[in-house]
Ligand binder design. Structure first.
Ligand code: BTN
Length: 263
């Protein structure tokens, strides 16, 4: 990444304070540490590569130098947002989705709750982690990983879920600094709208696998299949079961699988 350009470009976003590492363990860990030292909202850590990048459900997230965007942000949800903490990862997904639409005219979609897909393949994953002091929320770390070039997606990743890079779907080279700024600006725009009608309209309009048959896995033994109908006000996933009953599944409780995915 061109550090000089990164510096100049981020100077246009005065609400951002950032640290860049050419290599780190995990940018989420870096921001968790920074939160404990005392940092301001929208403190950002960007890394060119991560040796211990983390994904959801204790999965590894591989970030190879020069091929991806890997960054984490410190956020301090206010009281009314704390009631909607589960909507923060979808907020990240909405922002990435809209940035991809705007910058590259890509038909991006959101796989509930917070993966971003293009052509039904994953281009971005989000891991949000809350830092609690006893019962008080000390801050939230939102970590975003985007597959920018082909090198970001290995055969091993492809076996876990269908994945692709932005350059492969856009057909052109992608400037990582430009993409980063587009995501940050979009996120800054959506943040006050979290949980609003506009937020849910955008989410529902960009929901992947809508009206398709999907399976939700509650754990290794329990699952339910049905038609994906939408998302509820608390962010839960609505599935129409065989009986015609609409069942809701809370964020964090289940894993969604489309017909495309192996388990
Ligand atoms: C997932 O899809 O499972 C979530 C992946 C999140 C990866 C990002 S990359 C930046 C940040 N640092 C990490 O260690 N993880 C997140």
């Amino acid at each position: 990444m061109d550090i000089h350009r990164l510096d100049q470009t981020l100077a246009a976003l005065p609400w951002i304070k950032y640290r860049f590492f050419s290599e780190t363990t995990s940018t989420n860990d870096d921001v968790l540490e920074w939160l404990q030292e005392g940092c301001s909202e929208y403190s950002l850590v960007i890394a060119d590569s991560q040796s211990k990048g983390r994904g959801r459900s204790q999965r590894r997230w591989i970030t190879r130098a020069g091929s991806a965007l890997a960054f984490s942000l410190a956020l301090f949800p206010v009281e009314k947002e704390i009631e909607r903490l589960a909507l923060f990862s979808p907020l990240g997904a909405l922002s990435v989705c809209q940035a991809l639409e705007k910058c590259y005219a890509l038909p991006a979609q959101i796989k509930w709750p917070n993966d971003v897909l293009v052509d039904r393949k994953k281009v971005c994953g989000i891991l949000s982690e809350a830092w609690w002091h006893a019962d008080l929320l000390g801050g939230l770390v939102m970590g975003i990983g985007v597959n920018v070039s082909r090198g970001a997606v290995s055969g091993k990743d492809l076996m876990q879920f269908p994945a692709i890079s932005i350059e492969e779907v856009a057909g052109n080279p992608v400037d990582r600094v430009e993409l980063l700024v587009a995501i940050l600006t979009t996120l800054y725009h959506w943040r006050p709208l979290i949980g609003s009608a506009q937020f849910f309209d955008y989410w529902r309009d960009h929901l992947a696998f809508r009206d398709e048959r999907v399976t939700v896995h509650v754990n290794e033994k329990e699952s339910a299949s049905g038609f994906l109908r939408g998302v509820a006000q608390d962010g839960s996933l609505e599935i129409e079961l065989g009986s015609g009953r609409l069942a809701s599944f809370l964020i964090g409780d289940v894993h969604l699988r489309s017909g495309d995915e192996s388990c």
